[in-house]
Design a protein around this ligand. Structure first.
Ligand SMILES: Nc1ncnc2c1ncn2[C@@H]1O[C@H](COP(=O)(O)OP(=O)(O)OP(=O)(O)O)[C@@H](O)[C@H]1O
Length: 323
């Protein structure tokens, strides 16, 4: 598979009252065409900031200050706002948790879908756009789609709005979909339906996906590869099955032990003790060391993301001992 997205040394900074905060700090990642990458980590670990940076959606005074973002060979940091906007929706799309803020309340769902289709030259006439819009809504599981086309977002239920937003994200037939907790408001059946649709588009159309979620079980089910973030950095990445079976970073291990497992519901849960460090106060050492049972004085030195096994990287000097 060919590399679609490649990010090196991404650093995104927000000014805060406590000083500048690098919410993404030296992030490296890549996604192949047709690949699903799961992105996990506690709240505030920098998952959304990383992908908003890639999509060019960080609002000032926040700013991408360092790094390279290559999409299909193009250096996205060199594109103008207009060029990036053209790329978004057409080649890269975002589906996020908060469908209400993603949809425009002043336009019907049909208008918003048709606008995307026409803007990207995917429908020649309004009639053709409407036909495609109905098909898209049906695909994401909206019943009586033709009748619902002229509804406004507030006339949809929360779950329907979320599906409509996913339909709009897919309307431009993007090559990369950033899905930021896109199915949280859906019940189990609908969630499976939407994720099955994304799987089909991936397998048949080569759609690449970054699935940002707190749900490791979902990643295990849907993503061949996983990336674990902590305090603005990638701490581990590799094939999902291997990472879950034998994590090479103490944070990943902690994350796994803190989550319930379907197959073993009586297993005691062990939440990770301590707190995520204040990003305005972090030093160059391992950011997890204050919560880590394996920490040694050497962990105060900078720790690179290093090979931990074939196809796997971990940011821990004791990764080998975790094997
Ligand atoms: N607009 C902003 N201004 C200041 N700081 C910000 C801003 N947006 C994000 N941050 C900082 O970036 C950190 C990471 O945020 P981000 O939304 O990427 O986390 P996340 O891993 O996606 O969390 P969640 O799982 O809750 O969505 C936040 O804790 C905050 O410190």
């Amino acid at each position: 598979m060919s590399v679609l997205l490649e990010v090196r040394g991404l650093r995104t900074v927000f000014p805060t009252r406590r000083g500048p905060v690098a919410a993404a700090d030296g992030v490296d990642l890549s996604i192949d065409a047709g690949e699903a990458l799961g992105v996990v980590g506690e709240s505030g670990s920098g998952k959304s900031v990383t992908f908003l940076s890639i999509l060019g959606l960080i609002r000032p005074p926040g700013r991408v200050v360092e790094g390279e973002i290559r999409f299909d060979g193009r250096d996205l940091r060199r594109l103008s706002h207009a060029e990036l906007r053209a790329l978004r929706g057409r080649e890269m799309a975002l589906a996020m948790q908060d469908a209400l803020s993603a949809l425009n309340p002043a336009f019907t769902i049909g208008q918003q879908l048709c606008e995307t289709l026409v803007a990207h030259g995917l429908a020649r006439s309004e009639r053709a756009a409407r036909t495609q819009a109905v098909a898209l809504l049906e695909k994401v599981g909206i019943p009586a789609a033709a009748e619902r086309l002229d509804d406004y977002p507030h006339q949809f239920s929360g779950g329907m709005r979320q599906r409509a937003m996913i339909a709009i994200a897919l309307a431009g037939r993007p090559r990369l979909l950033v899905a930021d907790e896109p199915t949280t408001a859906l019940d189990v059946t609908l969630r499976a339906q939407v994720l099955d649709l994304l799987d089909d588009l991936r397998r048949e159309g080569g759609l690449a996906m970054a699935l940002i979620t707190h749900d490791l079980a979902l990643v295990a089910e849907r993503c061949a590869r996983v990336m674990v973030m902590y305090a603005g950095q990638v701490v581990e990445t590799g094939p999902t099955r291997e990472v879950i079976a034998a994590p090479r970073h103490p944070y990943t291990r902690g994350l796994l032990e803190s989550l319930p497992r379907l197959e073993d519901p009586d297993r005691p849960l062990h939440p990770i003790t301590g707190q995520v460090p204040d990003l305005a106060r972090v030093d160059t050492g391992c950011r997890f060391r204050n919560r880590c049972a394996l920490a040694t004085p050497d962990c105060a030195r900078p720790v690179p993301l290093a090979p931990a096994a074939p196809g796997r990287l971990a940011r821990c000097i004791r990764a080998a001992e975790l094997a």
